[in-house]
Design a protein. Sequence first.
Length: 152
Amino acid sequence: MSKAITASLVPLFDRLTGVLHASPDGRLLDGGGLQHSLQLDLMRLFNVRNALTIQEFLEGDPTILDYGLPDMLALSPQSDQDLYVWSTVLERSLALFEPRLSHVKVQVLADPVKPYAARASIAAVVMLGQQLCRVNFDVALDARSAAMQAAA
């Protein structure tokens, strides 16, 4: 009789590059390893810029050649409209380039400490073996880069 395993496969990119520190056996990720793997992939995605405009990215049909985010230097974290655009871009990038996540909700708010920056709260669902698990990420953003914030 088979037993259900609560684990997820290590992504191919991590296996090819030898980045297996999130997996004790190099093949399967437990809950913590999956969270770590997702964090690494989100930081890769959010710190790469593609050649598309925001409008092309949101309204077009980007391919894997358009991996990353469009240039967002024109967005201001002090503008509610720009914060909405920022959250829409992040949601679209996750839908396109992070297939492990589903039911993604992104909220971007101005950072109260840094007037030139914003903070994104990302809530999503991921499969861990046969189970759906909720994951949350807190990301510090500015127009040029992103950094994962420590969980509170």
